[in-house]
Design a protein around this ligand. Structure first.
Ligand SMILES: Cc1cc2nc3c(=O)[nH]c(=O)nc-3n(C[C@H](O)[C@H](O)[C@H](O)COP(=O)(O)O)c2cc1C
Length: 373
């Protein structure tokens, strides 16, 4: 039996006017276990909630009668010009959301002049995604216990034309996924992380009573450290970003190690619960990085105003996770294109009403502080 409860929408109803409007039609289409995987978070979902509410707590300062002519949302990242700063975050197994999976997302991102970060755990081969969409792709990976396989994947990503590597560093082990456990999530056999075919599996580890399931496992023994980041950097010419940093000291170390960029992220609240919101962690990371490399962020972006707030606090661009999956599940490629279009249009409205013609005009001065009242 398929995990899809209904076919995707044939046309986008006029009642869908913002990112959040895609959640209900997505949920209606997906069996509850798979939905818990796609939309859920770790433990009590506190970090997921914080990511959203922290944006809502921030207020913008309007500026009037500003010169707007010639404004735009363009940004350059690692030598690629993008029409807007909204990247599609790496999300695994997108065929769980829609039969067209990553191809639909890549086509939409490409059509809207943006970039997509393809997950190492994509349900479509990186070569096939690259062949289907002309737009810029980045490749997200974990440094796997099978280092040889990791390097082979990097070569495949390079040959497919990916323009940057994003190493996820905040998930050496899976989070406590109670939502998935309660809903009984089992990955349907029809959807698989096909880019990982051929990887040497870790030996199975069954902890003896009294033995640690994590610390005594082969996974812990093979977990990457800073030495593996240096190893990867010495084995690729692509810019390497580290994704999943919240602490300014880790950000500074990443830059010193040679990272080309930082993604401030708490994995959308899916790894360790009770972490702070990413928008709250962003300013200290931006200070520690001190302009040496671009800082991106993700987690909780649902509105153009959220994007502007992230830029005001020093992000060069943002990544969007769950909203893309909602739009994909509800309406496939046209849904994702519509979502990105709406977010970009909202960003433009927010820029115009705060007197920003360019993304670089967004500074901390855009945020209303109580002292201003
Ligand atoms: C279903 C799902 C799968 C994800 N898979 C990955 C992944 O394979 N690699 C990764 O680095 N992050 C993964 N993430 C995290 C996202 O890249 C991103 O950090 C997060 O979703 C941003 O928060 P948002 O969903 O509030 O936008 C996943 C997120 C979701 C919701």
């Amino acid at each position: 039996m398929s995990h899809f409860l209904k076919p995707p929408l044939e046309r986008i109803p006029p009642s869908i006017v913002c990112a959040a409007d895609y959640e209900a039609p997505a949920r209606e289409r997906i069996e509850k276990g798979v939905w818990a995987y796609l939309n859920g978070a770790a433990a009590d979902s506190l970090t997921l909630a914080e990511n959203l509410t922290a944006f809502r707590r921030l207020r913008l300062v309007p500026r009037v009668l500003a010169e707007l002519e010639g404004g735009h949302t363009g940004v350059e990242l690692f030598g690629t010009r993008l029409a807007h700063p909204l990247l599609v975050a790496p999300v695994a197994l997108q065929k769980l959301a829609h039969p067209d999976g990553e191809i639909a997302t890549a086509m939409a991102a490409s059509a809207l002049g943006g970039a997509m970060v393809v997950s190492m755990e994509a349900s479509t081969k990186i070569e096939d995604i690259a062949a289907a969409a002309p737009g810029p792709l980045w490749f997200q990976l974990h440094i796997l216990p099978d280092r040889e396989f990791t390097l082979a994947l990097v070569r495949r990503a390079e040959e497919a034309g990916c323009r940057a590597l994003v190493v996820t560093v905040d998930a050496p082990v899976s989070g406590v996924r109670n939502d998935e456990q309660r809903a009984g999530f089992v990955r349907p056999s029809s959807v698989a992380p096909v880019n990982l075919e051929g990887m040497k599996p870790l030996p199975p580890h069954i902890a003896a009573p009294g033995e640690s399931a994590i610390f005594s496992s082969p996974l812990a023994a093979a977990a990457p450290g800073w030495a593996e980041i240096a190893w990867l950097l010495s084995n690729t010419r692509l810019p390497v970003l580290l994704k999943g940093i919240l602490h300014p000291a880790d950000a500074a170390r990443a830059v010193e190690a040679g990272a080309a960029g930082i993604v401030v992220s708490n994995h959308g609240g899916r790894t360790l619960d009770t972490l702070p919101a990413t928008i709250e962690a962003l300013p200290a990371v931006v200070r520690a990085v001190a302009g040496r490399v671009p800082v991106l962020m993700d987690g909780g972006i649902r509105r153009g105003t959220d994007v502007l707030k992230a830029l005001a606090l020093g992000a060069k661009a943002v990544m969007i996770g769950r909203p893309v999956i909602h739009a994909l599940a509800a309406a496939g490629a046209p849904g994702v294109a519509h979502l990105l279009h709406m977010l970009r249009a909202e960003l433009e409205v927010s820029m115009a009403l705060t007197g920003c013609r360019r993304l670089e005009d967004a500074t901390e001065a855009l945020l209303w502080r109580d002292a201003q009242a």
